[in-house]
Design a protein around this ligand. Structure first.
Ligand code: URA
Ligand code: CA
Length: 434
C-alpha cells in the first residue's frame, strides 16, 4: 500500500477501506510515514469528509494503536462521562460521587488542564495529599469496594491520536467532525468504558460555536459508540458563559462540595443531574431520566453523596477535613471585587476569555510545563440574565499576586456584556441525543 494512493483517493472524494485506514494509522504511529503525507491526507479528509464507516474504522484503528485498559475485573457496567471542554466545568466533581453513591462503578480517567480549560486532576489536587498515581490493581479494587476511583492517563492509550492531534493542531485540521469524534471516542474506548455519556459544549467557550455543529458532532459520536457496541448518549449543553460561579481549582472544589451539600449554583446542579441521570440509565439502574434524577437528588438530601466524596478522597490519600470545613482548602491572599461600571442586564460572559483571565492569575497552564496555583481564580457574582446596577460587584478575583489584579479586573469587565433590556433565552441544555 502506498500513502500517495490514499491521499489521491481521498482528495478525489473516494472512500478509504478499513485496510487503508488501518495501514495509515499503524504506519504513522510507528513513524513510517512522514508528517507531510499525513498532513495532506488530513486536509483531504477535512474537505472531503469521512462517512460513518470510515469514522468508526479510524476510531478503532486509533484504539488499537496502543494499550487498552482492561477493567473487566470491575463488577457492573462501567459508565464514563466526557466533556468536550469548557470553563469552570465542575460537573465531574459533582456527579461522580452521586453516581457512585447509587452503587454504580465510576472508573474515571481524567486529565490536567491546558490553556483556558481546567482539568479534573488539578482540581482534585486541591485536597492536600490527593493522588491519581496508583497501580491498576488498587484502582480496580477501589472501584469494586467504594465504587469510585479517578486515575491519570496511564500507559500508552491511543498513541496514534496523540500524534495525529498534535499534527492537526498545526495544520488547521482540528475542527472536522469525524476527526474530533474519532479522537475523543478512541480515548474513551481505550480506557475501558462499557458505556459513555458525552457532554458536548456549545458556545463561544467551546470547540463548537453553534448548535448545528454541536449536534453534528454529538450525533457522530453516538453513532460511533453504537457501531462498536458501546452504548453512548450525548447532551448538548451551553458554554456561552462559564458553568456555575467558580473558575479555578480549589474554588471549584469548594463549589462542588457546596453543591453536594445542597447549596450549589443552579446550573451546575442541573447539568450534573442531567448527565448523571444518563449514566444511571446506561448502567441499567433506571428506565427514565426523571426516575434517575430523583435517585441522584436523594443522594444529596440523604448525605450519601458527600459521604461518598469523603470516602473517595480519603482512599486516594487526600485530606477530608476540608470537606466539612471548606476554609481549610487553599485560599488566595487577595480577594478583590470587580465593580460594574454601568446599569443593565448581563447579556454575555465570554467564557473562553474568562478562562484565559483565570489562567493568567495562575489557575491554568499556558504551556504543558507551567505550574498552577490551586488557590486562585474567579468567582462570578452575576450571571447571564441578572440585573446589574453601577457599583454592584459582578465577580471576585482571587489572587496571590497583587500585581496581577488590575489586568484581571480589566479582563473581567471587558468580557461581561451588560446591556439594557436583555432577556435571557439561551437554555442550559439544548438537546439530549441517544
Ligand atoms: N478533544 C479531543 O480529544 N480531540 C479533538 O480532536 C478535539 C477535542
Ligand atoms: Ca464552576
Amino acid at each position: 500500500m502506498r500513502m500517495y494512493d490514499l491521499i489521491l483517493k481521498k482528495r478525489n472524494g473516494g472512500e478509504l477501506s478499513t485496510e487503508e485506514i488501518n495501514y495509515f494509522v499503524e504506519s504513522y504511529t510507528k513513524g513510517e510515514i512522514p508528517d507531510y503525507q499525513v498532513s495532506a491526507l488530513l486536509m483531504a479528509i477535512y474537505f472531503q469528509k469521512m462517512n460513518k464507516r470510515e469514522t468508526s474504522d479510524l476510531t478503532m484503528a486509533m484504539v488499537h494503536s496502543g494499550d487498552m485498559l482492561d477493567l473487566s475485573e470491575i463488577q457492573g457496567v462501567k459508565v464514563d462521562k466526557h466533556s468536550t471542554g469548557g470553563v469552570g466545568d465542575t460537573t465531574t466533581l459533582v456527579l461522580t460521587p452521586m453516581v457512585a453513591a447509587l452503587g454504580i462503578p465510576v472508573a474515571k480517567m481524567s486529565g490536567r488542564g491546558l490553556g483556558h480549560t481546567g482539568g479534573t486532576i488539578d482540581k482534585l489536587e486541591a485536597f492536600k495529599g490527593f493522588s491519581v498515581e496508583m497501580p491498576t490493581e488498587k484502582f480496580i479494587n477501589n472501584v469494586n469496594t467504594i465504587k469510585i476511583a479517578v486515575g491519570g492517563q496511564t500507559g500508552d492509550l491511543a498513541p496514534a491520536d496523540k500524534k495525529l492531534y498534535a499534527l492537526r493542531d498545526v495544520t488547521a485540521t482540528v475542527d472536522n467532525v469525524s476527526l474530533i469524534a474519532s479522537s475523543i471516542m478512541s480515548k474513551k474506548i481505550a480506557s475501558g468504558a462499557d458505556a459513555i455519556v458525552l457532554d458536548v459544549k456549545v458556545g463561544d467557550g467551546a470547540f463548537m460555536k453553534n448548535t448545528e455543529s454541536a449536534k453534528e458532532l454529538a450525533t457522530e459520536m453516538v453513532s460511533i459508540g453504537k457501531h462498536i457496541g458501546r452504548n453512548t448518549m450525548a447532551v448538548i449543553s451551553d458554554m456561552d458563559q462559564p458553568l456555575g460561579l467558580a473558575i479555578g481549582n480549589a474554588l471549584e472544589v469548594e463549589e462542588a462540595i457546596n453543591t453536594l451539600k445542597g447549596n450549589g449554583p443552579e446550573d451546575l446542579l442541573k447539568l450534573s443531574l442531567v448527565l448523571g441521570s444518563r449514566m444511571v440509565m446506561l448502567a441499567g439502574k433506571a428506565s427514565t431520566a426523571e426516575e434517575a434524577e430523583a435517585m441522584l437528588k436523594e443522594t444529596i438530601t440523604s448525605g450519601a453523596a458527600i459521604e461518598k466524596l469523603k470516602e473517595f478522597v480519603k482512599a486516594q490519600g487526600g485530606d477530608i477535613d476540608c470537606i466539612d470545613n471548606t476554609n481549610l482548602l487553599p485560599k488566595a491572599k487577595y480577594v478583590v471585587p470587580v465593580i460594574a461600571e454601568n446599569n443593565g442586564v448581563v447579556k454575555k460572559i465570554h467564557a473562553e476569555n474568562l478562562g484565559i483571565v483565570a489562567m493568567e492569575l495562575g489557575a491554568g497552564r499556558a504551556t504543558k510545563e507551567s505550574k498552577i496555583d490551586l488557590a486562585v481564580g474567579i468567582v462570578l457574582n452575576k450571571k447571564r440574565g441578572d440585573k446589574v446596577e453601577k457599583g454592584d460587584t459582578i465577580a471576585y478575583i482571587h489572587s496571590n499576586n497583587e500585581s496581577l489584579i488590575e489586568k484581571a479586573n480589566e479582563g473581567i469587565l471587558k468580557n461581561y456584556e451588560i446591556v439594557e433590556g436583555y432577556k435571557n433565552d439561551i437554555p442550559l441544555i439544548h438537546e439530549v441525543i441517544s
